[in-house]
Design a protein around this ligand. Structure first.
Ligand SMILES: [Zn+2]
Length: 335
């Protein structure tokens, strides 16, 4: 008996299967932690991350980035192939994410800012000062690259009222404004940070490396990669927005981060991720010339056979619960 449309359905199913054997979904995370503030929207709570990894194990086929690269070259990828990556190399990848990756047998790659090992990244330091629970002076004056800026905003009662209404407080707005200003003007960062420390009286971080959001130290990196489940990739030396730099400075950031991390891990570092997703075609070429085999970018999409290996897309799951994550994943996995 011939059922009308059955052939079309079979063809469609075959097309979907073959399509899935040719593509892979790369996921990008930053932090897995319980925190009071997440001003940059980069934190997934450990309980939520656990739910997301359980969904991946159940509904997808988690593979390593190296396997994904190989599969993209040969066209031989498992159906519903997914790769987990982390940017920046925060300590909570070791303390929070890694045990869950091990529990669900999910390989991952962590892209590490090689020049900041064991240190706090500048935007986290900025957030820690501006969102500090201590009372801040009610007036802030900053010299940013020769221009004087003044804010008079720290009315504690007003802050409390806004927080109650869950409205963005002046501190939050100031934080995001300073973040954008210092992102665009990296040469002003050191002096502005020094001014902010003096102004706020918020001191350097109390280093408890297992609990804070620092970049991993060399010994923590060694712990992370011990059994081979998690690999290390490079993410420049200083977390530079590469597209804005001179070619030779870009080349140095790209080459040096590779050699620094290879020295620490004693393993080849063959993958790279562009900080802030910032790159040009020249940057991609420099990454290739430095000896990497692939590089992850920040735009959304699926990597397919024939995709440029130095411009691989990624998706960025947020603090979704397992059900929300599963619904989102299925839309991509099943078309
Ligand atoms: Zn980054």
């Amino acid at each position: 008996m011939r059922v009308k449309g059955a052939k079309t359905a079979r063809q469609a199913a075959h097309w979907l299967r073959s399509r899935w054997g040719q593509q892979v979904m790369l996921l990008g995370y930053h932090r897995v932690a319980n925190v009071d503030h997440d001003p940059y929207s980069v934190v997934v709570r450990p309980s939520r991350f656990a739910e997301q990894m359980a969904v991946l194990r159940r509904e997808a086929h988690p593979i390593s980035l190296a396997k994904a690269y190989e599969g993209l070259q040969t066209g031989n990828l498992p159906q519903r192939a997914v790769v987990v990556t982390f940017d920046d190399g925060y300590t909570d990848v070791l303390s929070q994410a890694r045990p869950l990756l091990a529990q669900y047998e999910i390989p991952a790659t962590t892209f590490v800012v090689a020049g900041c090992l064991g240190q706090e990244l500048w935007w986290d330091e900025l957030a820690r000062i501006i969102l500090s629970p201590v009372a801040l002076p009610d007036r802030l004056q900053l010299n940013i690259n020769g221009r004087l800026h003044t804010w008079s905003i720290f009315d504690p009662q007003r802050e409390r009222d806004l927080l109650r209404k869950q409205a963005p407080t002046p501190r939050y707005r100031l934080l995001l404004m300073l973040y954008q200003a210092l992102l665009a003007q990296p040469e002003a960062r050191l002096s502005v940070m020094a001014e902010l420390h003096t102004w706020s009286l918020v001191g350097p971080i109390n280093y408890d490396l297992s609990e804070t959001g620092n970049v991993m130290s060399p010994s923590q990196l060694a712990d992370l990669i011990g059994d081979g489940l998690v690999e290390v990739g490079a993410h420049t030396v200083t977390h530079a927005a590469l597209a804005s730099l001179a070619t030779e400075v870009q080349a140095e950031e790209i080459r040096q981060s590779k050699s620094m991390l290879e020295e620490i891990t004693r393993r080849p570092v063959t993958s790279f991720s562009y900080p802030h997703g910032s790159m040009t075609t020249v940057t991609q070429k420099l990454v290739q010339e430095a000896g990497y085999t692939l590089a992850c970018a920040s735009y959304n999409g699926l990597a397919r056979r024939g995709s440029n290996p130095f411009y691989l897309p990624r998706f960025w799951p947020t603090d979704w619960d397992g059900e929300t994550f599963a619904r989102w994943l299925r839309r991509w996995l099943h078309g």
